[in-house]
Design a protein around this ligand. Sequence first.
Ligand SMILES: *Cc1c(COP(=O)(O)O)cnc(C)c1O
Length: 365
Amino acid sequence: MSRFLDGRYAAMKPYVPGEQPQDKKYVKLNTNESPFPPSPAVLAALKGEEEKLNLYSDPTASVLVGAIAAHFDRIVKSKGGKGISEKQVFAGNGSDEVLAFVFQAFCGKGRGVATPSVGYGFYPVFCELLGIRYNPVPVKSDFSVGIRDYEGIKDNIVIANPNAQTGIYLPLSDIETLLSADKDRLVVVDEAYCDFGGESAVTLLDRYENLIVVQTMSKSRQLAGGRVGFALASEEITEDLNKMKYSFNPYNLNRLSIVAGAAAIADEEYFEKTSVAVANERERLKDSLGKLGFSCTPSLANFVLAGHPAIGGRELYLALKEKGVLVRFLSDAALSPYVRITVGSAEQCDALIEAIKQVFKEKGI
Ligand SMILES: *Cc1c(COP(=O)(O)O)cnc(C)c1O
């Protein structure tokens, strides 16, 4: 730390992202990326765009916003809703940026952030950075979220659904209970993992102006390195988010991300195919892990949280790393008996199972 850092950041603990090793090739199952390459339509859309990098990107990201609106408009209308307009879409440099704007715009010391005690590790970090009161609500012993525990809480609720780290999904009826209990409280549903078996709360936007749905193209649309996230909310909320953005970084999305994101969301067929493949592989992975004596949370995400009675999370993570397989160890006390394993391709998951068998053999498990 330099002697120049402002005192209010002296004790701040930044978020620690999963390893992105550049040295050797691992079977990489630690940061919930897609095992598939971007859609061919994305690669085609990028062609020629790089020649325009001397020019600023479109600050309204209209091509991307239009494509996102069209996609969700279809979904909402197919379920009998009014639809989604472009004015209800806010795009950001990854959903982390979108979430940061949401936290900054709507939360503070008075109205803090209530969120499950086991969840996405960035929420407490944003709170610390932005001086927001953090209110972790304990999850149950099986890591599930008790909706009743949020009764009477005046803070805004931020909830990943399916939840980060556990993959446990809350049905939309529970989200609706949170929304209707107190219309002055925002409910931010972070749907990073909802495309692998969950249902988006986007259909509730017609009826609840206190709802913000946040999604990312990092997990189900093969664009983790493209950094594209977005929020869907009322026009008024989107306007507030734009106020934050234009006061911070008007060109928050670069040219390549804008065209890549637009092409990714338009290619419904590739999205369906890859999401279903990941969901199927998740169930096969759970089965294989079960046969080796692991127990897994009932995840609907593109990862499983797996624990084994004979070996701790850190020990297993280190042993697998030595064998060239990267999984995520989460040092959080509640999660330390487990490792979080991203659902990879069939070949990657087979390699993981083989590596675990070898580790068990060497350790006499
Ligand atoms: C991965 C993830 C994000 C961040 O996604 P980016 O768009 O890559 O910034 C946000 N929330 C949750 C729960 C995530 O798992």
